[in-house]
Design a protein around this ligand. Sequence first.
Ligand SMILES: [Zn+2]
Length: 135
Amino acid sequence: MSLSCSSAGCGPRAPLTAEQEQILLGHGTEYPGSSPLNAEKRPGEYHCAACGAVLFNASTKYESGSGWPSFWAAEPGGVATRRDTSHGMVRQEAHCAQCEGHLGHVFDDGPPPTGLRYCMNGLALDFRPEEPGPT
Ligand SMILES: [Zn+2]
């Protein structure tokens, strides 16, 4: 399976900030409500901030009330998970399938049709709005 990329320049756009490295490489978590992507509602694609892989489409984003950008489905092949038993909890850790950068966690209390809640750190995501078509 190959990851398609509809945006120009599929790689990362800029070097990661210290905060982004703390999340993607250090499994950190941003403060809830801190991401401007919480309010992002435009159509487009969410890419991995580290490697540029396509992770989510805006059509699967929803308001979970958690304070983190949330999605009910990931792009095929974009996100991989593993069991995470840190902090005394059993969770599904979500990471970029391509570069293994940490993204957030997946919970099973999401909306239909999947019942999943991809609870993501906005700093791990690079939102690229859909280009308006030629007029
Ligand atoms: Zn990545």
